[in-house]
Write a protein that binds this ligand. Structure first.
Ligand code: G3I
Length: 379
């Protein structure tokens, strides 16, 4: 735990995603004796997100699978503001404690997700009785929340998604944070986090980071912070990908290279691959966007056809080939969940579909995609 955190921070300060020596060759086999994280241990940390449902039910089968396959965890929802501080100064730690304790018990790199976001943040945060909160009050609330949360977990959590999804293509998202505080809220959040834990690895996390306007905007804000003496250590590229609709590997690659050139460590923070037909022209992860259900856009209700499973495997293979190629720039690759049944992609952007975006199926068995990723290291 403390040792995992220290080891991660030292490696990341030295600029190595993982150890620089050659990876051991691992033969693919239906019998898995060691997990995927072990396979990529010389490249980057390999992680997954743990859902509230898994934490609440203390689902030991799934938790054991996670402990075997991954060395890094993110809480899918348990560390968001609405869960941690549902009303002013009333903190509710149970689920987040369970999450952090699981990481500690299994010696995992634990990622804190997320401190400042427009979504899953209760309305009271932005209010003062019936009026909008003043800039001063909101900054105080932000500082208090960040300070309290980091302080509780600073012995175990090494990486924090300090600000989440603050940018829309080439401009600021018009969130309450922006409207009330102004664009300085971004730097303030990082400064408060740094004060709370000077040695933590602090990152900015967002989707559609392959978009050049978004990349440039992120980099310019990080540089502005740097001029003010505020260090942002890295970026989380969420990578909610699709089978056919992108983003193309070359665009992801350009983003990885550009962020690294700007001095940022790259985290692939929420990887999944949506296999369902897109009935809309939308590729982001904006949670407020939803579309109506129809049978036509839920074609794999009973099973994933072999041909689609093979395409999914190929898509994951090409993504991991890219990540390994840039292992010197990539600190971590985390999936946004472990088994298909628990993925948010079953309910977004259309509720009630059957999706297959992850490496393990509904019976918790590794899929073709799992072996495609694993086999990359045995050739
Ligand atoms: O907590 C209630 C629960 O009490 C109720 O029984 C259940 C019934 O629907 O709903 C539960 O809340 C849901 C929550 O997930 C926990 O399952 C919310 O309705 C639902 O909106 C929420 O969705 C989460 C979403 O963030 C919210 O913004 C997804 O699980 C989570 O995967 C998703 O994660 C985000 C990252 O934090 C940031 N990047 C994008 C990513 C995908 O949107």
């Amino acid at each position: 735990m403390r040792q995992t955190r220290r080891k991660f921070l030292v490696q990341s300060a030295l600029g190595i995603g993982a150890m620089p020596f050659l990876a051991a060759k691992i033969r693919a086999s239906a019998v898995i004796s060691s997990g995927l994280a072990e396979v990529f241990k010389d490249d980057f940390h390999l992680g997954t997100a743990i859902s509230d449902a898994t934490l609440k039910s203390d689902d030991s089968t799934l938790l054991n699978l996670i402990a075997r396959e991954f060395n890094t965890i993110t809480a899918e929802n348990a560390m968001k503001w609405e869960g941690l501080q549902p009303s002013v100064n009333q903190f509710s730690w149970k689920l987040a404690d369970d999450f952090v304790n699981f990481g500690r018990k299994n010696n995992m790199l634990t990622v804190g997700h997320t401190l400042v976001w427009h979504s899953q943040t209760p309305d009271y945060v932005f209010k003062n009785k019936a009026s909008p909160a003043s800039r001063e009050i909101l900054l105080k609330r932000m500082q208090h929340h960040i300070g309290t949360v980091i302080d509780r977990y600073k012995d175990s959590v090494a990486v924090w998604d300090v600000v989440n999804e603050a940018i829309e293509q080439g401009k600021w998202r018009r969130s309450e944070w922006l409207k009330i505080i102004g664009e300085e809220y971004f730097g303030k959040a990082f400064a408060f986090a740094r004060d709370a834990d000077p040695t933590a690895h602090l990152i900015y996390n967002d989707y559609n980071m392959h978009n050049p306007d978004k990349q440039n905007f992120v980099i310019s804000q990080v540089n502005k912070c740097k001029k003010m003496g505020i260090t942002v250590d890295g970026v989380g590229m969420e990578c909610h990908a699709t089978l056919d609709e992108g983003p193309p590997v070359n665009e992801i690659e350009t983003a990885i290279v550009n962020f690294a050139r700007a001095g940022l460590k790259v985290h692939i923070s929420e990887l999944d691959v949506d296999v369902l037909p897109s009935a809309w022209d939308y590729q982001g992860a904006e949670i407020d966007v939803n579309y109506d259900y129809s049978e036509k856009i839920n074609p794999f209700k009973n099973a994933l056809p072999r041909i689609v499973s093979a395409k999914l495997a190929e898509r994951y293979r090409e993504l991991f080939e890219l990540f390994v190629k840039h292992r010197d720039k990539i600190t971590r690759v985390s999936f946004w969940g472990t088994t298909d049944d628990e993925s948010w992609k079953n309910d977004w952007p259309v509720e009630g579909r059957t999706n297959y975006p992850l490496l393990f199926d509904r019976s918790r068995s590794p899929k073709d995609a799992y072996f495609a990723v694993r086999n990359l290291k045995s050739q």
